[in-house]
Ligand binder design. Sequence first.
Ligand code: GDD
Ligand code: MN
Length: 371
Amino acid sequence: MLLLIIGITAITLHFGIPLAYFLIIRKYLSLPWNLKIKEDYNPHVTVIIPTYNESKYIIEKLNDLVKQKYPKDKLKIIVVDSASTDGTPGLVKEWINKNKHLDVALLVELERRGMIHALNYALDHVDFSKTDLIVFTDADSFWGENTLKAIAKYFSDPRVGAVTASITTTYNESIEVTYRNYYNTIRIGESKIHSTPVHNGALVAFRSKLLERIGRLPNYTGNNDSTPASLIAFMGYRAIQIPEALVREPVKTRGEFFRKIRRAQHLILHFLYTKKYALIKGLYKGRSRFDTIWKIEFYLNVINPWLLLLGSIFFFYALGNISIILLTTILLLTVIALGNKTLRTWVTYQIILSYAQLRNLKTKELVWQKT
Ligand code: GDD
Ligand code: MN
């Protein structure tokens, strides 16, 4: 009986806490940003694209960037390649020769040591006094033509340190649709309150002098988005996700599951170590509302997934001791409930988060297989 009660309590908390958080956060969506934003703010931007075997996307990516409605004399692009074996650097060189009027540079590492290593190499070549913003973007992510403008204008308020876009599956999604997605709602709601600890590497922009203050990108998480953005939030600046900048990632069929696991691994490492890193490096500038958000997200990503797993084990173990008929019925009901797509997606991701923690003990996937 005790096992049954523990099981049911754990499962109830597992679903109840994120749901309650979602319902609370949703209320903040309609709040103002509490920022002074100048609509026609066009700072100098350096966009850095890391590439490893991106011959399929890199040309489309460069063309996509050039389509941005943004003053070309304020835009610098750096492609940093790490020993691609599919001719990516050659394609970039060719493209640069055809587009001499644009400021595009290619950097090449002769050995592949991961995305973070490559980005740090690129940052070594950036003149921080000449660029206001540094943007990281993946080769396989595509922006709407107003995306950069939408991102840049938020930096007209000096309290903003990092801005990330919202991910969509179609280009012309409206803000309404963006809000409806569970994670976008949470990220944008947290951003309205102060900052969100999870940013999207598909497009993440930083105030360059803050990135300079952080020093080189830390390599303990493997990500180039959530970790620097959260360090900036711990420094007291806003690190936000905005709804009107949308980026699209092509849907991949192969390898998507392993990609999810790797990204979950990086997210877990982020929650385990980033606050400590901020403290050690003297970047932490005292308590803010971001600390509360950080604690809740830490709980949701690191602890809450285990409640589902352990709760279910207790629950079914206890039921098995009581009656086999009841056990079969409940198992059947569970299977039927999992026919619901939202529930299935949620449960799968919880298992991925738990598995990611275990896998981190073996390998941290700081250099990963291309999917
Ligand atoms: N130069 C270089 N060297 N680039 C690399 C390397 C490398 O060793 N490994 C990956 N990249 C490039 C890819 O070519 C791509 O442009 C970008 O980094 C992201 O890598 P993907 O393989 O496409 O992974 P993803 O789509 O799951 O990307 C995300 O995961 C990371 C965290 O796990 C991104 O959103 C990252 O920004 C994020 O930090
Ligand atoms: Mn990708």
